[in-house]
Design a protein around this ligand. Sequence first.
Ligand code: ZN
Length: 107
Amino acid sequence: MKVTDHKWKIRRDDTVEIIAGKDKGKQGTIVRVLRKKNKVVVSGLNIVKKAMKRRSQNDKGGIIEIEAPIDVSNVMIVCKKCGPVKIGYKIEGDTKKRVCRKCGEIL
Ligand SMILES: [Zn+2]
C-alpha cells in the first residue's frame, strides 16, 4: 500500500474557509482537488470571469464565470464547533483520523 502524503490534509467535500485573497473569510465545499498543482477548487468561491470565443454560429460566446483553483495553503478546514482550524491526527486501530486540534472532534 502506498503511503499517503502527510502534508495533504484536504479532501473532496471538505468544508473550508479561505484565509487569503479576495474571498478571504468565505466558506465553501471542496469540489475538486488538484494534487499535482497543490490547488483545490471550492464551490462558489474564487470566481473568475472568462471570455469565451465563438466557436460556431450558434455559439454566442461571451463571458462565463468559473471557479478558479485556489492554492491549498490559502484554505483551512472548518471545524463545526471552532471554525477554521489546524488539523491533527488520531490513530484509531488501523485508521488514522483527522481531528480538530482545538476540540478533538473528528473532521
Ligand atoms: Zn473544533
